[in-house]
Design a binder for this molecule. Sequence first.
Ligand SMILES: Nc1ncnc2c1ncn2[C@@H]1O[C@H](COP(=O)(O)OP(=O)(O)OP(=O)(O)O)[C@@H](O)[C@H]1O
Length: 303
Amino acid sequence: MEEKKHNRLLFVINPIAGDIDKEELEEEIREECSSHDIHCEIYRTTGEDDKEIIRQKIQTKEFDSVYAVGGDGTVNLVASLLIHTDTPLGIIPLGSGNGLSKDLIIPQDTEEALELVHEHVVRNIDTITLNGHPSIHLSDLGFNALVVERFCAGETRGPGSYAWIAMQEYMSYEPKNYRIETDAEVFEGTAFMVTIANANAFGSNANINPNGILNDGRFEICLIEPFPKAAGIGILYKLYTDSIDTSVYTRRLSCKWAKIYNLDGEVMHIDGEPIDLGTEVTVEMHPKSLKVILPPTQNEKEL
Ligand SMILES: Nc1ncnc2c1ncn2[C@@H]1O[C@H](COP(=O)(O)OP(=O)(O)OP(=O)(O)O)[C@@H](O)[C@H]1O
């Protein structure tokens, strides 16, 4: 059990994440904190210069913990400022998918997640960087990255629009060419998608890396290799039943370091945010580099 009480909290709220109105929650946070003598500051993201503004807040005021209120993009934004510091990251999941919070078994109910302010444990998890950009959850190149790109460019958020875009793109998507060098092996060939996994499942609950452990000092590169379109349903079933590693169309490279040659210049994303990293992507592991706030029941469990 974490003994130190957190009395000075920063909440970074993304007002558009998950297409959910957060004004009531803001009120709740203020009331909850003031009734327990906790100083809290709320910063609402604007989508512009947020990182610099939050960085300055973190540097000038000594917060005991910083809560990301939104989806995986908001979590990534806040986490990237807390890596290699003593300040833990809290998550109030309010995005479209909330993948990392689900992998960490953080309550998906907002009020329950807010209870972590009072009672929690702090654990260290690994993070990885892609050409220096932190990834805490899942990043990928290929089909899913294309869907993420279209989703982010669209007007509507939420899981429904993600599924709709995926269905539209699926039939015409052609696998792309990659060369992947890791500390243990080399892969060269085509893939439907290449996921660089620090964690396990996408926010949609599709589990691309069922055996991944968030604090083992390793990450996985999960490949879905080319498959006949008719096999798509079977792959989807395996993704949603934690059994994707049993598919003949998948391959998993477990590593501490990797270089990915994105030979066709395919699109990619980091934790759900599209990014262009060029044709060579170096992936590095930073073991136990981020402190996270978890429910007290998570004290003994394997992450
Ligand atoms: N006020 C704002 N207006 C418009 N965009 C914003 C604003 N604040 C943050 N953003 C953008 O929101 C994105 C991050 O959203 P986030 O990932 O947290 O939610 P989500 O996409 O709904 O959920 P998930 O990632 O779980 O699917 C970033 O691209 C960021 O630039």
